[in-house]
Design a protein around this ligand. Structure first.
Ligand SMILES: [Zn+2]
Ligand SMILES: [Zn+2]
Length: 216
Protein backbone atom coordinates (compact mmCIF):
# COMPACT_ATOMS: atom_id res chain seq x y z
CA UNK A 1 0.00 0.00 0.00
CA UNK A 2 1.29 3.43 -0.87
CA UNK A 3 1.34 6.09 1.77
CA UNK A 4 -0.20 9.49 1.17
CA UNK A 5 1.85 12.64 1.25
CA UNK A 6 -0.24 15.56 2.34
CA UNK A 7 0.26 19.27 2.36
CA UNK A 8 2.40 19.49 5.45
CA UNK A 9 5.03 22.16 5.98
CA UNK A 10 7.64 20.42 3.88
CA UNK A 11 5.46 20.23 0.77
CA UNK A 12 4.10 23.72 1.15
CA UNK A 13 6.08 24.90 -1.85
CA UNK A 14 4.73 22.03 -4.00
CA UNK A 15 8.00 20.14 -3.74
CA UNK A 16 8.34 16.47 -2.93
CA UNK A 17 11.47 14.84 -1.51
CA UNK A 18 12.37 11.66 -3.37
CA UNK A 19 13.24 9.99 -0.05
CA UNK A 20 9.62 10.43 1.05
CA UNK A 21 8.28 8.32 -1.83
CA UNK A 22 7.33 4.82 -0.68
CA UNK A 23 8.40 1.59 -2.41
CA UNK A 24 5.05 1.38 -4.18
CA UNK A 25 4.86 5.07 -4.85
CA UNK A 26 2.99 7.77 -3.02
CA UNK A 27 -0.40 9.39 -3.43
CA UNK A 28 -0.51 13.16 -3.60
CA UNK A 29 -3.50 15.13 -2.38
CA UNK A 30 -2.44 18.75 -2.46
CA UNK A 31 -3.98 22.17 -2.21
CA UNK A 32 -2.46 24.59 -4.73
CA UNK A 33 -2.79 28.26 -3.81
CA UNK A 34 -2.73 31.27 -6.21
CA UNK A 35 0.51 32.39 -4.52
CA UNK A 36 2.15 29.07 -5.39
CA UNK A 37 0.96 29.05 -8.99
CA UNK A 38 1.78 32.73 -9.73
CA UNK A 39 -0.23 32.85 -12.95
CA UNK A 40 0.50 35.72 -15.35
CA UNK A 41 -2.44 38.15 -15.08
CA UNK A 42 -3.47 37.77 -18.74
CA UNK A 43 -4.10 34.05 -18.21
CA UNK A 44 -6.98 34.72 -15.86
CA UNK A 45 -7.04 34.41 -12.08
CA UNK A 46 -7.78 31.48 -9.84
CA UNK A 47 -11.22 31.70 -8.23
CA UNK A 48 -9.85 29.87 -5.18
CA UNK A 49 -7.30 27.19 -4.34
CA UNK A 50 -6.75 24.40 -6.87
CA UNK A 51 -6.62 20.73 -5.96
CA UNK A 52 -4.04 18.24 -7.22
CA UNK A 53 -4.75 14.52 -6.92
CA UNK A 54 -1.88 12.42 -8.19
CA UNK A 55 0.46 9.53 -7.76
CA UNK A 56 4.24 9.43 -8.00
CA UNK A 57 6.52 6.41 -8.39
CA UNK A 58 10.30 6.17 -8.36
CA UNK A 59 11.88 4.69 -11.47
CA UNK A 60 13.75 1.42 -11.04
CA UNK A 61 17.54 1.55 -11.38
CA UNK A 62 17.47 5.31 -11.49
CA UNK A 63 19.40 8.02 -9.71
CA UNK A 64 16.44 9.77 -8.22
CA UNK A 65 14.04 9.78 -11.10
CA UNK A 66 10.27 9.49 -10.84
CA UNK A 67 7.13 9.13 -12.88
CA UNK A 68 3.99 11.00 -11.88
CA UNK A 69 0.44 11.37 -13.07
CA UNK A 70 -2.63 13.09 -11.78
CA UNK A 71 -5.29 15.72 -12.30
CA UNK A 72 -5.30 19.39 -11.36
CA UNK A 73 -8.78 20.68 -10.54
CA UNK A 74 -9.77 24.31 -10.24
CA UNK A 75 -11.72 27.26 -11.58
CA UNK A 76 -10.19 30.17 -13.46
CA UNK A 77 -11.97 33.51 -13.75
CA UNK A 78 -11.58 34.86 -17.29
CA UNK A 79 -12.88 37.85 -19.25
CA UNK A 80 -15.06 37.11 -22.29
CA UNK A 81 -13.58 38.69 -25.45
CA UNK A 82 -17.06 39.54 -26.79
CA UNK A 83 -19.07 40.89 -23.85
CA UNK A 84 -16.08 41.75 -21.57
CA UNK A 85 -17.85 40.12 -18.60
CA UNK A 86 -15.95 37.87 -16.22
CA UNK A 87 -16.97 34.23 -16.19
CA UNK A 88 -15.89 31.08 -14.39
CA UNK A 89 -14.05 28.38 -16.31
CA UNK A 90 -13.86 25.10 -14.33
CA UNK A 91 -10.95 22.93 -15.39
CA UNK A 92 -9.65 19.40 -14.77
CA UNK A 93 -6.21 19.12 -16.34
CA UNK A 94 -4.66 15.64 -16.61
CA UNK A 95 -0.89 15.83 -16.31
CA UNK A 96 1.75 13.12 -16.40
CA UNK A 97 5.46 13.14 -16.85
CA UNK A 98 8.83 11.91 -15.72
CA UNK A 99 11.39 13.71 -13.60
CA UNK A 100 14.86 13.11 -14.91
CA UNK A 101 18.16 13.89 -13.26
CA UNK A 102 19.46 17.22 -14.52
CA UNK A 103 22.85 15.93 -15.56
CA UNK A 104 21.14 13.60 -18.07
CA UNK A 105 19.18 16.40 -19.69
CA UNK A 106 21.01 16.16 -23.00
CA UNK A 107 20.36 12.47 -23.57
CA UNK A 108 16.61 12.80 -24.07
CA UNK A 109 13.72 11.07 -22.32
CA UNK A 110 14.64 8.65 -19.53
CA UNK A 111 14.83 4.94 -20.28
CA UNK A 112 14.04 3.88 -16.72
CA UNK A 113 11.19 1.55 -15.97
CA UNK A 114 8.51 2.10 -13.39
CA UNK A 115 8.83 -0.26 -10.44
CA UNK A 116 6.49 -3.26 -10.63
CA UNK A 117 5.16 -2.60 -14.13
CA UNK A 118 6.46 -2.31 -17.66
CA UNK A 119 6.35 1.05 -19.37
CA UNK A 120 3.67 1.54 -22.00
CA UNK A 121 4.19 3.42 -25.24
CA UNK A 122 2.18 6.36 -23.88
CA UNK A 123 4.53 6.68 -20.91
CA UNK A 124 7.56 6.66 -23.15
CA UNK A 125 6.13 9.68 -24.93
CA UNK A 126 5.53 11.55 -21.68
CA UNK A 127 6.78 14.96 -20.91
CA UNK A 128 9.93 14.91 -18.84
CA UNK A 129 11.18 17.46 -16.35
CA UNK A 130 14.53 18.20 -14.77
CA UNK A 131 15.15 17.12 -11.20
CA UNK A 132 18.18 17.55 -8.89
CA UNK A 133 17.96 13.96 -7.65
CA UNK A 134 16.69 15.13 -4.24
CA UNK A 135 13.41 16.92 -4.73
CA UNK A 136 10.63 17.02 -7.31
CA UNK A 137 9.39 20.54 -8.03
CA UNK A 138 5.79 20.65 -9.24
CA UNK A 139 4.85 24.34 -9.22
CA UNK A 140 6.32 25.17 -12.68
CA UNK A 141 4.67 22.08 -14.18
CA UNK A 142 1.24 23.04 -12.84
CA UNK A 143 1.73 26.65 -13.99
CA UNK A 144 2.73 25.58 -17.50
CA UNK A 145 -0.30 23.33 -17.91
CA UNK A 146 -2.78 25.92 -16.63
CA UNK A 147 -1.32 28.46 -19.09
CA UNK A 148 -1.47 25.92 -21.94
CA UNK A 149 -5.16 25.35 -21.12
CA UNK A 150 -5.96 29.06 -21.53
CA UNK A 151 -8.18 29.58 -24.60
CA UNK A 152 -6.91 32.12 -27.17
CA UNK A 153 -10.38 33.68 -27.36
CA UNK A 154 -12.13 33.10 -24.03
CA UNK A 155 -15.93 33.17 -24.40
CA UNK A 156 -18.47 33.18 -21.55
CA UNK A 157 -20.60 30.88 -23.74
CA UNK A 158 -20.11 29.86 -27.39
CA UNK A 159 -23.35 31.76 -28.18
CA UNK A 160 -22.26 35.03 -26.51
CA UNK A 161 -23.85 37.96 -28.42
CA UNK A 162 -21.28 40.48 -27.26
CA UNK A 163 -21.82 44.24 -26.87
CA UNK A 164 -23.75 46.63 -29.14
CA UNK A 165 -21.20 48.56 -31.22
CA UNK A 166 -23.21 51.78 -30.82
CA UNK A 167 -24.48 51.94 -27.23
CA UNK A 168 -22.34 49.26 -25.55
CA UNK A 169 -25.28 47.33 -24.17
CA UNK A 170 -24.58 43.68 -23.32
CA UNK A 171 -26.77 41.96 -25.92
CA UNK A 172 -26.93 38.79 -23.79
CA UNK A 173 -29.20 40.80 -21.45
CA UNK A 174 -31.57 41.94 -24.21
CA UNK A 175 -31.71 44.02 -27.40
CA UNK A 176 -30.98 47.74 -27.18
CA UNK A 177 -32.99 49.16 -30.08
CA UNK A 178 -29.97 50.43 -32.02
CA UNK A 179 -30.74 47.89 -34.74
CA UNK A 180 -34.08 49.69 -35.45
CA UNK A 181 -32.41 53.03 -36.20
CA UNK A 182 -31.04 53.64 -39.72
CA UNK A 183 -27.57 52.24 -39.96
CA UNK A 184 -24.98 54.98 -39.59
CA UNK A 185 -21.53 54.51 -40.94
CA UNK A 186 -18.82 57.17 -41.45
CA UNK A 187 -17.98 55.47 -44.72
CA UNK A 188 -21.48 55.90 -46.16
CA UNK A 189 -21.78 59.39 -44.67
CA UNK A 190 -18.81 60.47 -46.83
CA UNK A 191 -20.43 58.99 -49.92
CA UNK A 192 -23.65 60.86 -49.13
CA UNK A 193 -21.76 64.16 -48.77
CA UNK A 194 -20.12 63.56 -52.13
CA UNK A 195 -23.47 62.81 -53.73
CA UNK A 196 -24.95 66.04 -52.27
CA UNK A 197 -22.02 68.09 -53.64
CA UNK A 198 -22.41 66.68 -57.17
CA UNK A 199 -26.13 67.34 -57.09
CA UNK A 200 -25.76 70.97 -55.98
CA UNK A 201 -23.11 71.74 -58.62
CA UNK A 202 -25.44 70.84 -61.49
CA UNK A 203 -28.06 73.21 -62.88
CA UNK A 204 -31.53 72.35 -61.75
CA UNK A 205 -33.21 69.92 -64.08
CA UNK A 206 -36.05 71.73 -65.89
CA UNK A 207 -39.38 70.42 -64.96
CA UNK A 208 -40.78 68.50 -67.78
CA UNK A 209 -44.33 69.59 -67.10
CA UNK A 210 -43.39 73.34 -67.35
CA UNK A 211 -41.56 72.94 -70.68
CA UNK A 212 -44.51 71.11 -72.04
CA UNK A 213 -46.73 73.97 -70.91
CA UNK A 214 -44.44 76.54 -72.56
CA UNK A 215 -44.45 74.74 -75.87
CA UNK A 216 -48.20 74.86 -76.01
ZN1 LIG B 1 -19.52 36.92 -23.36
ZN1 LIG C 1 -27.18 49.56 -28.94
Amino acid sequence: MSHAIGNNKREYSLNLLLQDIGPNGSDMDWIVTPEQLELPSDDGRMLSNFHWIGHVTKLANSEGEAFFQGTLFGTIVRECVRCLQEFQDPMAIAIQGTFQHEHKKSVGPPRGRRMNEPMTLDELEDEWYPCDGIRLVFAPIFREHVILATPLQPLCTPECRGLCQDCGQNLNHGVCGCADKPAYSPHFANLQALADRIESSQPPVPRRSKSILRRR
